[in-house]
Design a protein around this ligand. Sequence first.
Ligand code: SF4
Length: 444
Amino acid sequence: MSGQTNLENTGKNALEADTAVSAGTPMEHSKFFGPSASHSWLRCPYSAIARNTIPDKSSVYAETGHLAHELCEIKLKLYFSQITAEEYQNRLDAIKAHELFTADMLSNSETYLQTVKELSMEHYTVEPIAYIEQLVRYEDICGEDGFGTSDCVLLGGDTLTVVDYKNGQGVAVSAKNNPQMRLYAYGALHSVVMPFLYDIKKIVMCIVQPNINLISTDVISKDELTDWIETQVKPAVSKIQSGCRDRVPGHWCKDAFCLNYAYCAAWREKFAAVYADYQTEYKDIEIDTLSPDELGELYTKTQELSSWLKKLDKQVEALLKKNVPVKGWKLVAGRSTRVFTDVDKAYEALSEAAKLDKEMFYSRVPLGITEASKLVGKKVFDAACEPYMTKSQGKPAVVPESDPRKAIDASAASDFADMAVPQDKPSDPPNENPQTNTKNQGGN
Ligand code: SF4
């Protein structure tokens, strides 16, 4: 497909251009080998190219995260006496005045500060040196493009600690085997630690994700870190630098927000393979009589394509909204509905006309937990509301058998009605007729 070729060519130029740029001044973000993108570039060489050829747009989530990080930064800097109380107050006032500020950010930054204090006490006999929003470099691996900014680096004795604040609440991020954290740690070892002063043996990595009450820590030795760099990072970097355009699809395409996801040739190939497989393997089966085993097999094959297809939906819509023609599709106006231009004035007029109390046209609805918590901050909310709260049973989720959670006994639960087999399909295992069940049944 011509678009693919163009993208590849542009990608190649981007890498070559970067090699030239890399001799100059450092950039704010690493172009190819940034720690935060390492989840994808370590596994898929082409994702590094895609990051530089497909424009990324800043989102309100990114801006909110940036503001929350700034609050964490000043909290820590004040605690470690790296800014004055006056500077702290001025910056805090500016943060609070920002339209994206929420009271929740204050309690989250407190959690972050508290975690850093606990790490200091747990892993150091005297207060460690703190490097906050610290540029760390690993240019020995990938030239001057090898750098990133760590939220917090703690240094003392034989221990190096890196702490990262995550503002997201969609995906829980673990510090265990986390390449981003390991690259921060290696970068700090390489560019912050003075080897003649510190003989680092232990590496502590901690992710603080207060919006989902998650604090995750991993501890490895310096030797383990060095081994990981040699066996995982260096081969990946050299592949990319040698011009490898391999696309290696997996959960990181979605989880690491690869900008090439909707266009990716690897996903198109996966789609084509499943379709071809379906046409050959299932051609003799009456589709309406799939057994649960056959259904499970088919679901496994198609499941990983579902998020890619959703991405495709969004991409088509995004292009049409930018007036880019997409063959076979167009944008039409949604169904028009009547809306108030001024609901208060309308109901004032209505209450007079109908001779009814105006309040009868309003209902009192309590704020949701998230909204109320954001309004007053999580700490205040939890303290006041805890006695009046309980946990409802979560909606059952279908996951692969490899998932570590224990399967529930659906027959013991009463509220799974919405998971029942649809009424227009047979509700009992349908493959009692061997004539129509030509495919071998796989075991569970
Ligand atoms: S979508 Fe996945 S396979 Fe494709 S370039 Fe991105 S990371 Fe690689």
